[in-house]
Design a protein. Sequence first.
Length: 81
Amino acid sequence: MARLPLIEPADAPTEVQTVYKRFETLGFPIFNVMKMFANNPKALEGFAMIVEALYGPTCALSPRHRELAYLRASQVNSCHY
């Protein structure tokens, strides 16, 4: 059970719904982590900026190279991927 309430799109204030639409434009469903960040609209906005930088049309890395970077970071940090 979540300790913070998850802000569902139907119940979200207008400013949060606008950010949710940005995620959907990038092809993402609204994940629980996004709903959690919606408790603080400024935090959600910051998270959206990170997601847009990594997955938006202006990202310099191809999906293949981005995945290789994730894999290598996991190896260096001894994380299971």
